[in-house]
Design a protein. Structure first.
Length: 375
């Protein structure tokens, strides 16, 4: 799914557009015991509750594609190309077809999460079923009323931490005095979640699922395997680490900061050129090889690029946004870290001053702890 398709589904989580038919949920304590289960029509919820749920659903479809939102695909069986591998996929299909009305299917689904989701605290599993009549669009992107041929029938799962509210004082308006606030358990924004089937090319794609993780470094591959039945591709942090190893293997221990800076600047420029692409921009071996060679990497070091690329990254292209932030650049030195805008990185120079290598940046003024000073 691309950004526009994600936003289109997010827009359904409002009172005006709501197409949610049913909601189911399971509250789990820190001992992995189910304490509560619900199953009811979504429209029967009080309005205040519905609005809180809308916030949770929207959050599950937020963040960067390739980092927080991962497009995952199912593999076809070798014996019959029309079948998809895995009991997990079959369970998701059955949940969708049941419209969350089958308690046995729900229990099986909850159990898959209980046994694979790594969490030592309380959490709340929320599952919804919805049906979206996809409107047609003109060639210039305008929606056509009453021109829907596609019906997107989907389920959305959100796994939300449940935390005890902080202790404090509160005002008792009835007795007109301050008193200790009652602490209660509060449902937080989701930590993990998924949308099934995916909404690719504005159509139902039962071969794919969109997976959400609040922290890109904590994808929880085991849960993805056990709940979705997919062997997860490399996470955003994993791709960043692999690219870092590629740089080290190609440039060696004597890599100079200017070459590394120029390589990242070259990647950032390519990202800008593809900023309007509907799909997230990915870079393969040929694209990266061209950037390396055109940004100061000597020919003798480029000879080892192909082997280093295949050893560290493999055959698949990597998401450009996972290896390069085209908004800011972080520079680490022993004494601390400096963050500057990516479009200013070309002004950074490494010069020798009084016999020592120094970073040189042109500045008009400098702020020290929020205080403006003369440069």
């Amino acid at each position: 799914m691309n950004k526009k398709e994600v936003l289109e589904i997010r827009k359904q989580f409002t009172p005006e557009n709501c197409a949610i038919t049913r909601i189911a949920g399971c509250y789990v304590d820190g001992e992995k015991e189910k304490r509560m289960e619900i199953e009811e029509a979504f429209l029967s919820l009080p309005e205040e509750q519905a609005f809180k749920y809308f916030d949770i659903f929207k959050k599950t479809l937020s963040g960067k594609i390739g980092k927080n939102l991962l497009n995952l695909e199912y593999k076809l069986k070798e014996s019959r190309s029309s079948d998809l591998e895995g009991e997990e996929h079959e369970l998701l299909m059955n949940l969708r077809e049941s419209k969350l009305r089958d308690p046995a299917l729900l229990d099986e689904f909850y159990e898959n999460i209980l046994t694979s989701y790594d969490c030592a605290e309380n959490y709340y599993i929320v599952l919804i079923h919805a049906v979206y009549d996809v409107p047609g669009k003109t060639s210039d992107g305008e929606e056509l009323e009453d021109a829907s041929e596609e019906v997107y029938d989907f389920i959305l799962c959100c796994i939300c931490p449940v935390k005890l509210s902080k202790a404090g004082l509160t005002y008792n308006w009835k007795d007109e005095r301050m008193e200790e606030r009652t602490r209660d358990w509060v449902v937080d924004m989701p930590d993990k979640g998924f949308l099934f089937p995916a909404f690719n090319d504005r159509q139902t794609d039962v071969h794919s699922v969109l997976y959400y993780t609040r922290k890109s470094a904590e994808v929880q591959e085991e849960m993805v395997r056990e709940v979705l039945g997919i062997d997860l591709v490399v996470s955003a942090d994993g791709e960043k680490d692999k690219f870092g190893k590629l740089l080290k293997d190609v440039l060696g221990e004597d890599a100079d900061s200017k070459t590394v800076k120029d390589i990242f600047e070259g990647i950032s420029e390519e990202m800008e050129r593809h900023a309007e692409d509907p799909e997230p921009y990915k870079m393969g071996e040929n694209e990266l090889k061209k950037i390396f060679s055109s940004n100061g990497v000597p020919d003798e070091k480029m000879e080892m690029f192909e082997d280093a690329y295949r050893e560290n990254i493999g055959n698949e292209p990597i998401m450009a946004s996972n290896i390069c932030d085209n908004k800011v650049v972080n520079i680490q030195v022993p004494e601390g870290k400096i963050t500057i805008n990516a479009d200013f990185i070309s002004n950074l120079e490494i010069k020798e001053v009084d016999g020592r290598k120094c970073m040189v940046l042109p500045v008009d003024y400098v702020e020290v702890n929020g205080i403006s000073t003369k440069a």
